[in-house]
Ligand binder design. Sequence first.
Ligand code: SF4
Ligand code: MSK
Length: 635
Amino acid sequence: MKEKSVDRATVQMLQIAKSEQLETIWDRWEAQQPQCGFGQLGLCCRICNMGPCRIDPFGSGPKRGVCGADADTFTARHIARMIAAGTAAHSDHGRDVAHTLLMAAEGKGSYRIKDSQKLRKIAVEFGIGPDSKSDAEIGKSLARKILAEFGQQEGELTFSHRAPKPRQELWRKLGIMPRGIDREVVETMHRTTMGVDTDYYNIILQAMRTALADGWGGSMISTELQDILFGTPTPIRSRVNLGVLKKDEVNVVVHGHEPLLSEMLVVASRDPELRKLAQQNGAKGITLAGICCTANEILVRHGIPVAGNFLQQELALATGAVDAMVVDVQCVMPALVSLSQCFHTKLIATSSKAKFPNVEFVEFQEEHAIESAKEILRRAIENFPKREPRRTQIPDESMDMIAGFTTESVFKFLGGRYRATFRPLNDAIMDGRLRGAVGVVGCNNPNTPHDWGHLTLTQELLKNDVLVVTSGCSAIADAKCGLLRPEAAYQYAGPGLKEICETVGIPPVLHVGACVDNSRVLTTLMEIVSEGGLGEDFGRLPVAGSAPEWMSEKAVAIGFYFVASGALVHFNTPFPTLGSPKMHKLLTEDLEKIVGGKFIFEVDPLKSAKAILAHLDKKRAELKLKETMYTPVYA
Ligand code: SF4
Ligand code: MSK
């Protein structure tokens, strides 16, 4: 089982699943082998009903689809549509949060504005004043202005003006400044339908504009408005891995992405009446835990423990200890339905956007959020007595962690408690104690040993004095391995990074939240540039991003918004674009001359680390920064 995962709890649960003949994602992945080569190369098209069409990359078969589209068009259209879907996912999340802000400001439903300071700061960016207005008035105006940016037809997204001026100018020059969030998604879908945009470069320009509408639009809106509604996170302790589930308590696992309902589940889980009901049903209490990004959302704000990342969702059910798994949207495997039926577990869907056949549905409506949360917990509690102790097997694996770093708290920690400035961080990069900073983010995928890519790459970067920021399932992988503890610096960090972690008491890997919170990485980069000394634009910084086990279309959108913002981005397996040498060259070489960022694709995490480190050193040399203080370990 070890080749399937490097996580002990996962290996243990896979053995249990095998002995109980429970099917998991790894079984289904194996059953799919060999996967379609045309699909992997991006050489199939089923956009219209003259197809599906395939292009033969090697033999004497067709080189064009029925309509005449070639490999360059096939691959560009395909990747652009992935970006549109990823952007739509993040942005629809942002739209729901904006609606909730409006309701909270109108005094409807269970939500209230928690971070007034952030509300006011962002309101100013949207041209809303004066400060003398109440939070409710400002909240209403801000929510309406932000909702309007989804359907905006002309102009520029407000948050895109946070980018450095030269970057904004470049986006305008290239015609990729995002106008409205929905507009970019719709235009990408239009341009990639049959018989419209055929020029692969032109398609990729629009794809980048769409991705920017995600990073500097939908995702950033989600992050900022969630901070306003639920509070801006500050570093917080918690525990992670399947061992956080309790044998003698009602276990409720929340899974998906949007924190709107799970925030209320946190409140409801502390309700004395429900706790009493739990006791009446034979349980000692209620344990709320999370999977995937919903987990990250309630972790960073409330310290709620995390049961696992993407590939562990089925394994959580296989413990037999989950009384209810509550799902909303994104990354929820349809396979949970049949697996939950092998146990007493109630799978409860909550979003009208994501229903599952024969699965209980408790519609989450913002107006009645707390009532929905209580109803869900009641069902979970009443299900507890049905748990079969004989089939309850919880791995004894969990780990401490600190999560909840934000642009604001990095400010405080790295800038010193009394000096709200990024100066010490910039100085550390400039004087060579830090080689640079890398965001290691994203999903798991059964095509790679679970967590292995994240951990191997991250540990190699730490050894070479690179500060790592992380989010999503990557953050959960790091947490399980203990990298989110300050003491991890002693074991994993190079001497320069260790010195910084020791001085300010931070872990060498900073957990910034869920997938949408990759926007925090953008705002942190913006602060580094504004602080001065490291160039005028993102493209000059010794920074990079990586998704070493990517799976989702959202990861493609994230990768593209970082590249379009000027960063080098690594993915392990290539996009389905290898069938077009021109597209591959555009992504891995030419884009660097156009936007300053480009992609590297490398499956081996050590080779990936080497390429990323070489890039950081190249950027350092271009900035004429001092040699890094310590001999590079990677050389
Ligand atoms: Fe085939 Fe062209 Fe239709 Fe695609 S758009 S399915 S290549 S005919
Ligand atoms: S949950 S998108 S598997 S990070 Fe955001 Fe994890 Fe990737 Fe889903």
